[in-house]
Design a protein around this ligand. Structure first.
Ligand SMILES: C[C@@](CO)(OP(=O)(O)O)[C@H](O)COP(=O)(O)OP(=O)(O)OC[C@H]1O[C@@H](n2ccc(N)nc2=O)[C@H](O)[C@@H]1O
Ligand SMILES: Nc1ncnc2c1ncn2[C@@H]1O[C@H](COP(=O)(O)OP(=O)(O)O)[C@@H](O)[C@H]1O
Length: 289
């Protein structure tokens, strides 16, 4: 069997409302997610036993042992044909764009292809991480519950710049620091005529984790300010529990120029640009037709 390659795109919470808390402490969320062309890459080669190597520009500090979500995800398939997995880390870890969750989801897809079975589903997948189910089929969706209730949404591609100041933010610490855990859900999602229409609607939604994350890591406010000051920027917001923030722009050209400018002014920050939207395998196949 040849090697299998799987893409693990960055997840972006375009809006993230915290609407309650379950008895077990997990928070109820109402979020609109889309996926970026930036992401990690996994290569699975058939092997006698499961193994993992982690390399790439963002691999520093990412575990190579059984605690890596890639190996935890692969273990869900039980005994049977195994793979040597190579993970190329391009997304910063612990940064609110679900790098580890997207890697886990990509490992679930890759192992399913290797074994010729359907990808794992259900409670065991949610246990890997609340964000893993939405990353299994990385296309725009409204997510509810703790992240596992998914409704597909049609969105226009949204020209974006993603920026991370290279400060890791702990997701549990941000949830713990929330002033209010019982906020209004997102407004009903209309059919969007174009990107400007969608951005106008997004401007009226929120990321309820943003104030708590800024209090824990004030550099996030600097990132939001730097994005906002770029020509052609229409909306800025934080993704997930931070610290990555995104700016939405009037065009792909404006986003590319803005990223170049921001990267030159802040050489220590990670950044990427590209349209947020559908990064599923079905969409990739449509693009190559
Ligand atoms: C905040 C979000 C928004 O999409 O994104 P990230 O910042 O991680 O990208 C997610 O809910 C994070 O999902 P994920 O990172 O997979 O979370 P998990 O590993 O399941 O949980 C990490 C910890 O976050 C808290 N947690 C997570 C999800 C949730 N709905 N409520 C919570 O309270 C819990 O303290 C939990 O122990
Ligand atoms: N494949 C992986 N990539 C990144 N981090 C991982 C991975 N597997 C386990 N981890 C651990 O998970 C933690 C959260 O990482 P990540 O999923 O990238 O966070 P977030 O969802 O906030 O972006 C990291 O601190 C890291 O130690």
């Amino acid at each position: 069997m040849p090697e299998i390659e799987v893409f693990a795109p960055a997840k972006v919470n375009l809006a993230l409302h915290v609407t309650g808390q379950r008895a077990d402490g997990y928070h109820l969320l109402d979020s609109l997610v889309a996926f970026a062309p930036a992401g990690d890459r996994l290569r699975l080669a058939p092997a006698d036993a499961m193994a993992l190597t982690v390399r790439g520009p963002e691999s520093r500090g990412v575990p190579e042992g059984p605690e890596n979500l890639v190996l935890k995800a692969a273990a869900l398939y039980g005994p049977g044909p195994a793979a040597a997995i190579h993970l190329q880390k391009c997304l910063p870890a612990a940064s609110g764009i679900g790098g580890g969750s997207s890697d886990a989801a990509a490992a679930l897809r890759g192992m399913a292809a290797l074994r010729g079975v359907a990808p794992a589903a259900g409670a065991a997948v949610v246990k890997l991480g609340a964000d893993v189910p939405m990353c299994l089929d990385p296309r725009p969706a409204r997510t509810r519950g703790i992240g596992e209730e998914l409704s597909p949404v049609t969105l226009p591609p949204l020209p974006s710049v993603l920026v991370n100041p290279r400060v890791e933010v702990s997701t549990p610490a941000v949830f713990k620091a929330l002033a209010s855990k019982d906020n209004a859900p997102m407004d009903e999602i209309p059919a969007f005529a174009n990107a400007a229409d969608c951005i106008g609607w997004l401007a009226r939604q929120r990321n309820d984790l943003q104030p708590a994350a800024v209090a824990l890591a004030p550099v996030i406010a600097e990132v939001l300010g730097a994005l906002e000051a770029l020509p052609g920027c229409l909306l800025v917001r934080m993704s997930g529990s931070g610290a990555t923030c995104f700016g939405l722009f009037e065009s792909d050209e404006a986003a590319a120029a803005a990223q170049a400018r921001l990267a030159a002014a802040n050489p220590g920050w990670w950044s990427a640009h590209g349209p947020l939207g559908d990064q599923s395998e079905a969409a990739a196949a449509r693009r190559t037709l």
